[in-house]
Design a protein around this ligand. Structure first.
Ligand code: PLP
Length: 392
């Protein structure tokens, strides 16, 4: 397949191709089923072709596709209101992806200080091993050499400190600092949650210096951790938050949420996106919200997480040369490996279980949030076979 592909090679050459998805399974053209614990990298939060999402999209497709932001539309206004009602935020900007939601937040943090006459406050502090996206500002923010080499001019206005090191963060704040961005649970970096104590101290530090705190919940948000947003579990609210991935359940959408005092600086003409707030995307976003806010839904995420993690505990004991520990919150599960994470993923794939690589020699198990107890048992069985098959 790869030799005939007209696609650029920036994703390597995937050796699996899927032609259909249903619930927690993906199917090849030949009909082979794979249990999908990637969920499109934490995107398909309701699995593949969830009936409520399908019917919502079909209805919207026959009603209104696109107007641009020259005009307002009903599903977009509705989704913004619902996100505000269910979060710390007062206002929402819709984008099309996670990186754009993050970019919007960066711009808002700078513009906030500019608006208040503190034009020197332009620099943003980030944490090592973070991932905020692939457009130029997030790439500069994260400083991963693989993502920056040959792309960047200067440092883009970012300072970086070690993960979880409060003193280093304190030292990094200067008269030029506009704000701090962090993932409450690092995703690509290896499913690492910050502690509640650290996050509370970061909030206090930001308040002390009059700088802004932004959370990137592109991966950890939309029910993934058993909370609508992961920071709810840690008891700290941000000024700005980026959301995407699960927000559209597979339809591209991003959103930047903020409090009123930050949002008020984004006056007419300061920012925009042709496709942002597209009614196809926001109607699907509303359908996702219908399910996530159904009473009891988030509790089942926590129940499934408990089942999965109990099974992982057993496998870690049984295969100490393959697996070291599980990390994360809810169904945002990291599995730190002793054996090579790439080898384990390959072995899992042979057993028809799909997972994603992450930093720190770990793998991510990110099942759809609608995963059943039976599917979790099936995944644990496949993982056990994969562990047993590795030559350690
Ligand atoms: N932020 C986080 C925490 C992410 O995990 C990702 C994607 O993996 C992004 C931002 C970028 O999102 P997108 O790929 O939709 O631009």
């Amino acid at each position: 397949m790869q030799n005939q592909s007209a696609l650029m090679a920036n994703y390597g050459h995937p050796d699996l191709q899927f032609s259909r998805g249903q619930g927690c399974y993906l199917y090849t053209e030949a009909g082979d089923a794979y249990l999908d614990f990637t969920a499109g990298i934490a995107v398909n939060c309701l699995g593949h072709c969830h009936p409520h999402l399908v019917s919502t999209l079909q209805t919207q497709a026959e009603t209104l596709w696109h107007t641009s932001n020259l005009f307002s539309n009903i599903p977009t206004e509705r989704l913004a209101k619902r996100l505000v009602e269910k979060s710390f935020a007062d206002r929402v900007f819709f984008a099309n992806s996670g990186t754009e939601a993050v970019e919007c937040g960066f711009k808002m943090m700078r513009r906030f200080h500019y608006h208040h006459g503190r034009k020197e406050r332009v620099r943003i502090i980030t944490l090592a091993q973070s991932f905020h996206g692939r457009t130029l500002a997030p790439v500069a923010a994260c400083r991963n050499p693989l993502h920056t080499e040959g792309f960047l001019v200067g440092d883009g206005g970012f300072d970086q400190v070690p993960f979880g090191d409060l003193e280093a963060l304190r030292q990094a704040v200067t008269e030029q600092t506009a704000g701090v961005i962090l993932e409450p649970v690092q995703g690509e970096g290896g499913i690492r949650p910050v502690t509640a104590e650290y996050l509370k101290a970061v909030r206090a530090l930001c308040d002390e210096h009059g700088i802004l705190l932004m959370f990137d919940e592109v991966q950890s948000g939309m029910g993934r951790t058993g909370y609508l947003f992961a920071h709810e579990a840690l008891g700290v609210t941000p000024d700005v938050l980026a959301s995407a991935k699960g927000l559209g359940g597979g339809f591209p959408i991003g959103a930047c949420l903020s409090t009123e005092r930050v949002a008020e600086v984004m006056t007419a003409g300061t920012h925009g996106s042709t496709f942002g707030g597209n009614p196809l995307a926001t109607s699907v976003g509303n359908a996702v919200m219908d399910v996530l806010t159904d009473p009891g839904f988030l509790e089942t995420v926590t129940e499934r997480s408990t089942q999965l993690r109990a099974g992982l505990d057993k496998l870690i004991k049984r295969y100490p040369k393959v697996l070291a520990e599980h990390t994360g919150l809810g169904l945002m599960v990291g599995l730190r490996c002793v054996a090579s994470n790439a080898d384990l993923i390959k072995a899992m794939q042979k057993n028809h279980l799909l997972a994603v690589k992450a930093g720190g020699n770990s793998i991510r198990l990110l099942p759809p949030l609608v995963v059943s107890p039976r599917e979790i048992d099936e995944a644990l069985n496949s993982l056990e076979k994969a562990c047993a098959s590795l030559p350690v």
